[in-house]
Write a protein that binds this ligand. Structure first.
Ligand code: ZN
Length: 345
């Protein structure tokens, strides 16, 4: 080990809430961050600095210039090179702390791969931007008895809660069904400020530190809402909110984990982008795909993806895990039609 851990973590060990026993426990804990956007960046940075032993960072997206005002692990070069966030984040995090294991994965988490992606992980933290993934994480958490920390930000406000199977209500106890599309603000409609990201991410990271050091009883027992502009705070005690009719933790349904369809489309928040995930692998490698179209379209390629400029407004980005992003539209049918010009589906 390059640096003496007693020196590196001296001030953290001195804090009575951690101590040397806590520091040792942190060093053996494993955590997955799902979504390495704004929240995920800040959470991962804190956990890596704190000395968590193993951090798996999972993200489906790549860095763009419009991310930089709030996504603190990335820089202009990452955006210019359209680096996948998982890779750019791993690079930045390893420069912060080379003594811990960072495991970057470029993938869209869905019912077909969540068990594999979270295999061997003790704790899960939500850095995502959509409800579908949170219901899926919740199903997984209840099924596999893994605690997770929810977080969401939009505009100047954010919310967080900690879900520990068999000890707290689950996410679905509080929110039995997802909101209707368009019923809640998103970063598309309300934007988002960097400071609220860091406020919520800081609480999420502290919750993981409590869990990892065996201090579950100290965890947040509220659905906490904060606003970084008005400084208003709402803390709703959820310690007795377990719903005996909860479809997930009481009745055993795993509606998201058991979702049969692996072809799905997602609108990417704030990006005018539709993501399409195919059930069958494409019969090409990234290089073969790029070679097929580079004479017809302006094509850019890095190790992780191929980006094809279809028109001034529309880009198509192909990832190796059978995902295609169609940038420049929010219309799923239109996106599928563009894709059909490139692959047989
Ligand atoms: Zn429940």
């Amino acid at each position: 080990m390059k640096f003496d851990p007693t020196l590196r973590y001296a001030k953290q060990i001195k804090a009575y809430s951690i101590g040397s026993t806590g520091q040792d426990k942190l060093a053996t804990a494993s955590c997955a961050v799902i979504g390495m956007g704004a929240l995920g960046s800040a959470i991962a940075d804190l956990l890596v600095r704190a000395g968590i032993g193993y951090l798996r960072i999972i993200d489906r997206d790549f860095v763009e210039i419009s991310n930089l005002h709030r996504q603190s692990l990335y820089n202009e070069q990452d955006a210019e090179q359209f680096m996948p966030k998982a890779i750019a984040a791993a690079h930045a995090l390893r420069r912060v702390n080379s003594s811990i294991t960072i495991d970057p994965i470029i993938a869209d988490v869905h019912a077909g791969n969540i068990e594999q992606l979270l295999d061997g992980i003790d704790f899960i933290v939500d850095g995502s931007d959509n409800f579908t993934i949170r219901y899926l994480i919740n199903d997984y958490s209840v099924s596999y008895n893994k605690p997770w920390v929810y977080g969401a930000v939009v505009g100047t406000s954010g919310s967080t809660a900690t879900f520990i199977p068999q000890h707290t209500p689950c996410f679905r106890c509080l929110f039995p069904e997802p909101p209707e599309l368009g019923a809640v603000d998103t970063c598309d409609t309300a934007g988002v400020l960097g400071p609220i990201v860091h406020m919520i991410a800081s609480i999420q990271a502290a919750e993981i530190m409590k869990l990892a050091t065996g201090q579950q009883k100290q965890c947040n027992s509220a659905l906490l809402q904060l606003d970084c502009w008005s400084l208003q705070q709402l803390s709703l005690d959820i310690s007795h909110a377990k719903n005996e009719q909860c479809p997930c933790c009481s009745q055993g349904s795993r509606d998201w984990l058991n979702e049969a369809s692996l072809i799905h489309s997602t609108s990417i928040c704030g990006r005018q982008t539709i993501q399409l995930t195919l059930a069958e692998p494409l019969p090409y490698t990234l290089d073969e795909f790029a070679a097929l179209y580079e004479k017809t379209y302006e094509t850019k390629r890095n190790r992780y993806l191929v980006k094809i400029k279809y028109s001034d407004q529309i880009n198509l980005i192909l990832f190796p895990d059978h995902r295609i992003m169609i940038q420049g539209t929010e219309d799923v049918e239109f996106a599928v039609n563009i894709l059909k010009k490139f692959v047989e589906i």
